[in-house]
Design a protein around this ligand. Structure first.
Ligand code: ASP
Ligand code: MG
Length: 500
């Protein structure tokens, strides 16, 4: 518990009873801090929240910045010094512009400009080292890609201070202790709990709003790590759990978790409340609302997570809770992923070979490929599974090496990869035990002429996933969305409900 924090911030209620200020962790994504106007909006949201509760802010890099930094690191490895310089020039300009627009006080602006410049200089030195060595190690890539958050956090803290909200920017390397897996480090929760409480409790007790860099951690030796792309959501829930927060709010650029990606399904609507499990199933939601690991840290303590729109803070958003709320029918939402590839290992020779499945997946594990879906029919003629597009090449190469002997002896006939596919998933915890969901799904697809390439349903029955050709993905989503009536009520329905 944050003992010091809780004791110090107790307020006296009107009738003299003691009221504790709740603690909120609020994370703002890249688009929410995309430019000076966005950052000003964020600062207003934080100011309002800080009147009612203690707040810890977690920020992403300004949108696009992490991509550019990674590009700079890769260009350095390829010895394209001109490109590195161009990227850093553009990043400098972007951040200077934000500072100039946001910070009125000459003194704070000069101080911030100086610390910003130090971070850029560090980045350039890292890139210099990279092109001298012609080698970009995962550790260096982490150091370079983390610069965006280290730039944005002080700017947000500076803006808050201008609004009269005492705040302090903090490098998450001081709070989040991770293993040493660069590019996708896992938090060590006990150590993180100790560090985060020790570092933040007195600040929170004094009403200071810490503004923490998302995405970043450090291993036990203090070497910087990152939690993986999009990892700031994860940072927020790691800190929420470590600090026993009352809630975590993920502020983003959409209204919450929707029944489907609105770019593909125009009548998709916001779901008011869903369960952890449903949200986890939807983590690869079309609009990528949540980093897939986001909910893990807070699930044991049952801390609710809100998804809200920083561009429309008046809207309620989606609340993610342990139990969720039933919407009556079994299906809550649809999700689709297209940056994926289908890999098949097969041939009649594998029938009954006991170790093919084991070797296939120990190979994917060795290359740390993220396997999203697995399907094998009982004829055992092939095992097919889906990995993200970025993992496909190295997975197939590793499988070809692993099975080289078997291919030579024609036990394994083929190892193929098809990138032109998409996964569509039908999600809802209450589908469990609701008969007919699969039947309705596939007959809706059949009616639209959508060919289903592979199917998987876990025994949890909260997700039916199927693979279709990429070009059929939209039709698949539209037809299943319609079949389960997930869309916004039509004008006729609305009038009907008004009359009744
Ligand atoms: N800036 C990091 C990224 O773009 C982390 C995040 O935004 O969540 O991946
Ligand atoms: Mg994100």
């Amino acid at each position: 518990m944050l003992a010091a924090h809780r004791d110090n911030v107790e307020n006296r209620g009107i009738d003299g009873c003691e009221m504790k200020r709740p603690l909120r962790v609020m994370k703002f994504g890249g688009t929410s801090v995309g430019d000076s106007a966005c950052i000003a909006r964020v600062a207003e949201i934080v100011r309002a929240a800080a009147c009612e509760s203690s707040v810890v802010v977690v920020v992403s890099a300004m949108s696009g910045v992490t991509n550019h930094l990674i590009e700079a690191a890769n260009s350095a490895e390829a010895n394209d010094q001109g490109q590195v310089a161009r990227i850093f020039d553009a990043l400098r300009e972007q951040h200077e512009k934000a500072l100039a627009a946001l910070i009125r006080s000459d003194e704070s602006r000069a101080r911030l400009a100086k610390s910003t410049e130090e971070i850029f200089a560090q980045g350039e030195r890292l890139c210099e080292g990279t092109y001298l060595l012609r080698e970009l190690t995962p550790r260096t890539l982490d150091a370079v890609s983390s610069l965006g958050e280290r730039l944005s956090a002080p700017i947000v803290a500076g803006k808050l201070a201008e609004l009269g909200v005492p705040s302090d920017s903090i490098d998450a390397g001081e709070l989040i202790v991770t293993d040493s897996y660069h590019g996708g480090a896992a938090p060590l929760m006990e150590a993180t709990r100790e560090r985060a409480q020790a570092r933040l409790s007195s600040q929170l007790g004094q009403g200071i709003v810490p503004v923490v860099t998302g995405f970043i951690g450090a291993n036990a030796q203090g070497v910087l790590t990152t939690l993986g792309r999009g990892g700031s959501d994860y940072s927020a829930t790691i800190l929420g759990a470590a600090l026993d927060a009352d809630e975590v709010v993920i502020w983003t650029d959409v209204d919450g978790v929707l029944t489907a990606d609105p770019r593909l399904v125009p009548d998709a609507r916001t779901i008011p409340e869903i369960s952890y499990r449903e949200a986890a199933e939807l983590a690869y939601f079309g609009a990528k609302v949540l980093h897939p690991k986001t909910l893990r840290p807070i699930m044991p303590a049952g801390i609710p997570v809100w998804i809200r729109n920083s561009f429309a803070p008046d809207r309620a958003g989606t609340k993610i809770t342990a139990s969720g709320r039933s919407n009556g029918g079994g299906v809550k939402a649809l999700t689709a992923i297209q940056d994926v590839a289908l890999i098949a290992v097969g041939g009649p020779g594998i029938v009954g070979l006991p170790d093919v499945v084991g070797r296939t997946f120990s190979t994917t594990a060795e290359v740390r490929a993220n396997v999203l879906l697995i399907s094998q029919s009982s004829s055992q003629n092939d095992i097919c599974f889906i990995v993200t597009a970025t993992d496909a090449k190295r997975t197939v190469e590793a499988l070809r090496t692993e099975f080289a002997q078997d291919v030579a002896h024609e036990k394994v006939e083929h190892i193929t990869v098809d990138p032109n596919i998409a996964i569509v998933a039908v999600v809802g915890e209450n589908m469990h035990g609701t008969p007919g969901v699969a039947g309705r799904t596939f007959s809706a697809l059949g009616q639209q002429g959508v060919n289903v390439i592979a199917i998987a349903q876990g025994s949890s029955e909260s997700n039916i996933s199927f693979v279709v050709e990429e070009k059929c993905m939209k039709t698949a989503l539209l037809s299943v969305h319609r079949e389960f009536g997930l869309g916004a009520p039509s004008a006729a329905e609305r009038t009907g409900s008004l009359r009744s």
